[in-house]
Design a protein around this ligand. Structure first.
Ligand SMILES: [Zn+2]
Length: 243
C-alpha cells in the first residue's frame, strides 16, 4: 500500500493514526483492522462507516432513555388512563425520542452482530457492556405496562394502607385534602351517597386532572357495582375514577 493511504487510516475505536504498524491492530486500544477493508478504519474524508455504530449506546443515550422510561412509568402509575394534561404534552416530545433511541439500539445491535468476527480479533474486549442492558430492561418495563397496568397496581398497593387510614379519618371528620396519602398527593376528597338497592357511600380521592376531567381513586365498599364509566380495580373496594 502507498504512504498516502497509510497516513489516512485512523482507528475507529480511538482515532489513533494507523501508520507503519507491525500488526493489524491499533497499538492504542487493541482494535483489529484490515488495511484492505475500508470499513474497518476511518479515513480523513470524514465519512463514518457502519462499523462505527457497532457499539452500545452512549452513557447519555442510556440516561435519556432511562429517564423517559421512568417518566412514562410514573405516568402509568397514576389513575388517569391517558395521563394528565402536562404529561400528554411531554409525551408529544418524549415519545419520538424514546422510539428513536429504541430503533437506534436495534441498529447498533445488528451492526455489532455483523462486526463480531472482526471484534473477536480485538485484543482488549470492549468495556461498558452494561450499556447494552439499559435499553432492553427499560423497554421491557415500559412495554409490559401497556399490556398490564402493573405500575398503577404496584404504586397503589404500596399506598393502600395509607388510603384505608384516610377513609377512616374522613369518616371521623378529618380530611387528607392537600396531603400525601402513601405515594399519591391528594388534592381533594369528596363523598358520594347513593340510595336505593345499591345504597352506599363512596369516597373519592382526587389526585390530579386529565386533559378533561379530575382523576383519582375511589373507595367503593360495594364490589363491582356498575358506575357508567370505565374504572380499574386497583385493590379490594378501590377503583380509579375519571369524571
Ligand atoms: Zn484504537
Amino acid at each position: 500500500m502507498t504512504e498516502t493511504t497509510e497516513k489516512q487510516m485512523m482507528c475507529i475505536g480511538c482515532g489513533y493514526l494507523l501508520v507503519n504498524l507491525p500488526t493489524q491492530r491499533c497499538p492504542e486500544c487493541g482494535r483489529w483492522f484490515n488495511p484492505s477493508d475500508a470499513s474497518t478504519f476511518l479515513t480523513s474524508d470524514k465519512r463514518i462507516g457502519w462499523r462505527k455504530h457497532a457499539r452500545p449506546p452512549s452513557k447519555l443515550q442510556c440516561f435519556i432513555f432511562a429517564s423517559l422510561s421512568f417518566y412514562g412509568l410514573l405516568n402509568a402509575s397514576g389513575p388517569a388512563q391517558w395521563g394528565t394534561g402536562s404529561i400528554c404534552m411531554a409525551a408529544f416530545v418524549g415519545a419520538p425520542i424514546w422510539f428513536g433511541l429504541l430503533f437506534s439500539y436495534a441498529l447498533r445491535a445488528l451492526m455489532t452482530w455483523y462486526d463480531r468476527e472482526r471484534a473477536a480479533l480485538d485484543i482488549r474486549k470492549r468495556r461498558n457492556r452494561w450499556r447494552w442492558s439499559v435499553v432492553p430492561i427499560c423497554a421491557t418495563l415500559v412495554i409490559s405496562s401497556w399490556v398490564y397496568p402493573w405500575p398503577l397496581l404496584l404504586r397503589f398497593r404500596l399506598s393502600q394502607s395509607a388510603f384505608e387510614a384516610a377513609v377512616k379519618n374522613y369518616q371521623a371528620g378529618v380530611s387528607c385534602r392537600g396531603q400525601w396519602v402513601g405515594l399519591y398527593h391528594v388534592k381533594d376528597v369528596s363523598r358520594t351517597t347513593y340510595s336505593g338497592p345499591a345504597a352506599r357511600t363512596t369516597i373519592g380521592f382526587m389526585t390530579g386532572s386529565s386533559i378533561i376531567d379530575p382523576v383519582g381513586f375511589e373507595y367503593d365498599p360495594m364490589p363491582n357495582h356498575p358506575t357508567g364509566y370505565m374504572r380499574i380495580e386497583v385493590a379490594d373496594s378501590w377503583y380509579t375514577y375519571e369524571d
